[in-house]
Design a protein around this ligand. Sequence first.
Ligand SMILES: Nc1ncnc2c1ncn2[C@@H]1O[C@H](COP(=O)(O)OP(=O)(O)OP(=O)(O)O)[C@@H](O)[C@H]1O
Length: 321
Amino acid sequence: MTAMTTTAARPAGPPDSGSEPAVRVRGLLKRYGGRPVVEGLDLDVHRGECFALLGPNGAGKTTAVEILEGVRRRDAGEVTVLGQDPATAGRAWRDRVGVVAQTTGAGNALTVRETLDHYARYHGDPRRTAELLDAVGLPEAAGRRVDRLSGGQRRRLEVALGVQGRPELVFLDEPTTGMDPVARRQFWALVEGMREDGTTVLLTTHYLDEAAHLADRVGVLAGGRLVEVAPPDELGGDLRRTATVSWTEAGGTREVATAEPSALLRDLLAAHPAGEVPGLAVTRPGLEEVYLRLVGPDPDPASVPGPACEPTGRTAEGALR
Ligand SMILES: Nc1ncnc2c1ncn2[C@@H]1O[C@H](COP(=O)(O)OP(=O)(O)OP(=O)(O)O)[C@@H](O)[C@H]1O
């Protein structure tokens, strides 16, 4: 697969934190049946940035993203996406935004190529079908019916449809779920290509390696709020800086958590003039451990008895449900 290039004139290079953000959210509140699922969410995504939203099942990621996409109604708060309120933005705004939803209805008797050609008509300046097929690694499946694709192939098609209109901002909700490891890495290259073109990307994922690889910043959503926002290798702050030094002593393992492991190592070496400190190891928490500490042991609000189900999406008339 090759990274795609666009003809649209957009600034390339690092995220632009100086100008108006691509996404601005203040005090976002969403309740289902009276129960808050997103509660006081504040978020800025800079233009040209790849931002990854992490959080356990039921944390409210899809709910928040669907509000930003303009397919779900909010109960309170301010939301601006590419300068407009998605709840009222029109067709022109929609053309500037790409959506790869968590699940879609894509599944029909058309072939992959026919499907892409069909949806191309909805965009003013669509990417060429051949270019898209190549970019998502589907050229061999171009003539296959969509309802005969594997789950991972279907996901690739959905990604192709989401970026077909050369969006300035693309929402990717768990885009690589169901993809094999090779397809995931192809997808990463696709996102990196979009980033180089200046596209803003807001991604949700459960794969921490994906967030670490792709994102300029990650936000961890828990209990309806962002509990931390930071570049992936800085998430966890003090927690990241704390090392655990362990060694074998008197037949057992000793473990000491310290922000200054060098000092402890000097003491240990001095206490072992013969050389080796038995079983010596120094470890620092990785992204996964930091994440698990941030979200807590059982943060899934879905485990609480839930409210009545609320449908999503726009009505045929385009109004929000
Ligand atoms: N249409 C709906 N009607 C009622 N409750 C809903 C609806 N959609 C989601 N919920 C509930 O809202 C909470 C947040 O769901 P949401 O899908 O936003 O979480 P998520 O972080 O995207 O989870 P996952 O990682 O599993 O995709 C969950 O408890 C879910 O059961």
